[in-house]
Ligand binder design. Structure first.
Ligand code: CUA
Length: 304
């Protein structure tokens, strides 16, 4: 071997050693930075059924939270999470329909989510800030709108948000439920998307004015709706998912309080209209209907 060859060989080995040292050093300096992904994790922590029934954030220690998140076409439930700075958050994510991703860009969380499995990933959030949660697996027509928010806030802001949630009016709480679950299809301005996702702005009097319409509207939220419909004199053919399993009675009542009054919908309601109470949602759950059966119900409503 010539000296020339030996020099190049040494250069290559030194380069390899530097790369290895950087990777090992990084792993030692940031334990936990490489996400742990446990698929189909059994037993004590959580199951897919738990997550589907009780999505949300739970404090499990002084600086520790458990976030149970459902990914579905096209959003996360809950879509907005606030945690106090310095918290370790263990995310348990499952899919309700097809394969999705759950990524917090810049927040060191990225995991693939399959229906029927629990994906577990954790990170500690030491810096204040607002992050997006995004789906990074193509999952259908609304994939690019499948977004949520993850906010790392001060301890006092976190305590205040808990107090506010407890005392807010149904419409105010409902606006948050809407922002988390409904905007990717019906849009923040309630205008929907032509042909697929019907507008809520200006169209809900179809339900609030019709005899029996109130119950049909409750069924649309609880059981879903599939099939061609008309709203604001235009045709739509999409599929509203059933929210009965992932939202509580109060959350559904709150979001109805919001959408039946937002965007000047209140001006079109009959004078006798009063907000839908959580107890009505509880009774609307029985018996469970299919989305196709709700479509039949809706078609029978007298058009105002
Ligand atoms: Cu869900 Cu892309």
């Amino acid at each position: 071997m010539s000296l020339y060859e030996v020099r190049w060989l040494a250069l290559g080995l030194i380069g390899l050693a530097i790369i290895l040292a950087i990777s090992i050093g990084f792993m030692l300096a940031h334990p936990g930075r490489i996400p742990l992904m446990a698929m189909d994790e059994p037993g004590p922590v959580t199951t897919t059924a738990d997550i589907l029934a009780h999505p949300g954030l739970t404090q499990v220690g002084p600086h520790a939270f458990r976030a149970m998140v459902v990914a579905r076409q096209y959003g996360f439930t809950p879509a907005a999470l606030d945690v106090p700075v310095g918290s370790r958050v263990d995310f348990y994510v499952t899919g309700a329909d097809v394969t999705h991703g759950f990524e917090i860009p810049g927040g060191n969380v990225n995991v693939e989510v399959f229906p029927g499995y629990v994906a577990h990933v954790y990170a500690t959030f030491r810096k204040l800030g607002s992050y997006r949660t995004v789906c990074d697996q193509y999952c259908g027509i609304g994939h690019q709108n499948m977004l949520g928010n993850f906010n790392v806030v001060t301890g006092s802001a976190y305590a205040a948000s808990l107090r506010n949630a407890a005392v807010a009016s149904p419409g105010v709480r409902g606006a948050a439920v809407y922002a988390s679950n409904c905007t990717s299809c019906h849009q923040a301005n309630g205008q929907g998307v032509a042909g697929v996702f019907p507008p809520l702005a200006g169209s809900l009097a179809d339900y609030t004015k019709a005899a029996g319409g109130r119950r049909v509207l409750e069924h649309v939220l609880v059981d879903g709706l599939s099939g061609p419909i008309r709203a604001n004199d235009a045709a739509y053919n999409g599929a509203m998912p059933a929210w009965g399993a992932s939202l509580t009675d109060r959350q559904i009542a709150d979001v109805l309080a919001y959408i039946t009054t937002a965007w000047h919908n209140d001006a079109k309601n009959p004078g006798s209209f009063v907000a839908i109470a959580p107890a009505e949602i509880a009774s609307a759950r029985r018996p469970a209907l299919t989305a196709a059966a709700v479509h039949v119900e809706r078609a029978k409503l007298p058009q105002p």
